[in-house]
Design a protein around this ligand. Structure first.
Ligand code: SF4
Length: 307
């Protein structure tokens, strides 16, 4: 679906929100608080930039929106690789697990991803991986050196705290392999959530979240959103959901989640703030989304925004 777009003479532009469906996610909430202008670029202005026939500004913003920070790449890669090894294979709950296989799968992914980045495959296909740090001039050797270190540290801490053995011991049929993201309806909104691992055990539903950086808020709110999704889509009582969050820094495991009442009120209040910035006729106008100076060095859109 293409977003209707009007380019104004003052170089700002508005996007019809009817063409860009509003849905709520924790990452949307996070970027809205980070900088409203970045929020506008990500959720409205870049919306059809994947199309090579779109205007150059949308294509550039789409490219920037898809930049991935190295720490998120590490998290995503570890989560995906462990999921491939433990939940999608033909394993039947063996107590031991192939640590060597996990490392070699990770190395293979890193090798291919690095080749794609160095060949700038993202120029042809903007959905291909492009790392924020490399795009903004850091030496690829140093970036990938740190990535390897962090991945190895992440996996070894997961192993030390017993989580890898626990994942390996889950019988195949007890995994809940949802199509991700899990989308549920709340108060007329579509809400998205992406739990890393969900499985049943002794009548409970276990949820495990892997995160790159310790963040008090994220580990409480994110599991709460997934508990709401399970209750809404699968009638799983929240009292039977056991949530745990593990941060790359390890080795503690954080248990529990924010009260659902609080999570619901965050979703309602923040979505109302987000929607209040649209114009009366439902358009997202760049001028209504203020810049927040101070966060710019870590912002994907700085190349465009600082011009
Ligand atoms: S560069 Fe700064 S002002 Fe511009 S979108 Fe990013 S954080 Fe906001």
């Amino acid at each position: 679906m293409s977003a209707e777009k009007n380019i104004h003479s003052d170089n700002s532009f508005s996007v019809s929100s009817e063409a860009v469906e509003f849905s709520w996610s924790y990452s949307r909430y996070k970027i809205f608080r980070f900088c409203k202008r970045a929020y506008f670029y990500r959720y409205y202005a870049a919306s059809n930039g994947w199309d090579k026939f779109a205007d150059s500004r949308s294509r550039m913003l789409y490219r920037l929106k898809n930049l991935v920070k190295a720490e998120n790449y590490v998290r995503n890669l570890v989560s995906k690789t462990l999921s491939d090894v433990f939940t999608r294979g033909s394993r039947k709950g063996a107590k031991d697990f192939p640590l060597r296989d996990i490392y070699s799968a990770l190395q293979k992914h890193i090798f291919h991803n690095r080749a794609d980045i160095e060949n700038k495959c993202w120029e042809e296909d903007p959905k291909k991986l492009n790392l924020f740090e490399v795009y903004y001039g850091e030496d690829p050797d140093s970036v990938f050196g740190k990535i390897r270190e962090h991945i190895s540290d992440f996996v070894s801490k997961l192993s030390q705290c017993g989580l890898l053995s626990e994942l390996a011991s889950v019988p195949y049929l007890q995994w809940k392999n949802f199509t991700l993201p899990v989308v549920f309806s709340f108060n007329g909104l579509n809400v998205w959530t992406v739990p890393d691992f969900v499985w049943s055990h002794e009548g409970n539903t276990n949820l495990l979240f892997l995160k790159s950086r310790r963040n008090e808020e994220a580990w409480r709110i994110l599991p709460g959103i997934s508990v709401m999704a399970l209750e809404n889509n699968f009638h799983t009582p929240p009292s039977l959901c056991k949530c745990r969050t593990f941060f790359r820094e390890g080795p503690e495991i954080f248990e529990g989640y924010e009260s659902l009442e609080k999570v619901r009120s965050i979703i309602m209040e923040s979505s109302s703030c987000m929607l209040s910035l649209l114009t009366r006729d439902g358009k997202a106008d760049e001028e209504n989304f203020n810049r927040t100076e101070g966060n710019c060095s870590s912002c994907e859109f700085k190349e465009y925004c600082e011009k």
